[in-house]
Design a protein around this ligand. Structure first.
Ligand code: C2E
Ligand code: MG
Ligand code: MG
Ligand code: MG
Length: 279
């Protein structure tokens, strides 16, 4: 929490007492304007099937193209958007963008599953399920072309409500993924009870595979756990060829990381993919 606060660079609601302080209101206003002026953009990071060497998907990652501050990473404004509730306006916009992009790529013959990240608050939003149904219908998308990534902490606030929404999302046919697996609390009981399809091993374990036998043991056993539960296992934060080869040999299904590709704009992703497939 403290780290988030510092990253965020702004005071959080609890710390300032009654009502939102003026600087909050102005930042919320700034974010609302940014949404209207289309300053929020999505970058897409490729997901590689390790055994077949095929790109099977991409994760949408939010950035704020700020007129003065340049490209602002999500860690700098998402925690604030979560604290102020503004995330309730960002997420529906983001899901609409991702669904529209999935439709565009699908029509051009690109078959990739697009993943979007959800915040804890989003899982308590009663309109999320209807929104997803509407987006699938509008774009005539097969539900399994979209994947929603959630973190374990997303369930802490109201597990019963969050779980029932997740069950509805899974029933529609959307893919669900546990993000940053191993970095949060209560992991095993949630993995057991959640209707998820994918487990993403937290990048803190992946980044030190080569040097840390302990991390290697954790990654190996997480792959086995995921497979025993019938889940697709993803490793994120792959930064070297050695890590990629290690994960492939260990039977990890999908890889993501700078070694494969950094997150790219939608156009750059499509170009990158056609170059890669062309030669
Ligand atoms: P995440 O979902 O776990 O995303 C992975 C993060 O790791 C991304 O950072 C990505 O750019 C970065 N990354 C990818 N490959 C590598 C690598 O090889 N090495 C290293 N060191 N890092 C790598 P990013 O884009 O800054 O996003 C950070 C977090 O912000 C995300 O973590 C996610 O929790 C959150 N986030 C991003 N976009 C959204 C969004 O649209 N909505 C919500 N609610 N959260 C978002
Ligand atoms: Mg993610
Ligand atoms: Mg992650
Ligand atoms: Mg990654």
């Amino acid at each position: 929490y403290e780290a988030k606060r510092r990253q965020c660079g702004y005071m959080l609601a609890e710390e300032v007492g009654e009502g939102p302080p003026p600087e909050h209101l102005s930042l919320i206003g700034e974010m609302r304007q940014a949404l209207e002026h289309r300053e929020f953009i999505l970058h897409y990071q490729p997901k590689l099937a390790l055994a077949s060497d095929c790109i099977v998907g991409a994760e949408a990652l939010l950035r704020w193209q700020h007129p003065e501050r340049g490209l602002v990473p999500p860690g700098r404004f998402i925690p604030f958007a979560e604290q102020t509730g503004f995330i309730r306006e960002i997420t529906p916009w983001l899901l609409k963008e991702v669904a529209a992009q999935a439709a565009v790529w699908r029509e051009s013959g690109l078959s990739v599953v697009l993943s979007a990240n959800l915040s804890a608050r989003d899982l308590l939003n009663p309109d999320l399920v209807t929104l997803m149904q509407r987006l699938l219908a509008i774009h005539e998308l097969p539900p399994s072309i979209l994947c929603l990534e959630i973190t374990e902490s997303a369930l802490m606030e109201d597990p019963t409500l969050a779980l029932s929404h997740l069950a509805e999302l899974a029933a529609i046919g959307l893919k669900l993924s546990i993000d940053d697996y191993g970095a949060g609390q209560a992991s095993l009981s949630y993995v057991k009870s959640l209707p998820v399809h994918e487990l993403k091993i937290d990048q803190s374990f992946v980044g030190s595979l080569a040097t840390s036998p302990k991390d290697a043991a954790i990654v190996r056993s997480t792959i086995a756990l995921g497979h025993a539960l019938g889940l697709t296992v993803v490793a994120e934060g792959i930064e070297s060829e050695a890590d990629l080869r290690w994960l492939e040999a260990a039977g990890c299904d999908i890889g993501q990381g700078y070694f494969i590709s950094r997150p790219l704009t939608a156009d750059a992703f499509a170009d990158w993919l056609s170059t890669r497939q062309g030669g």
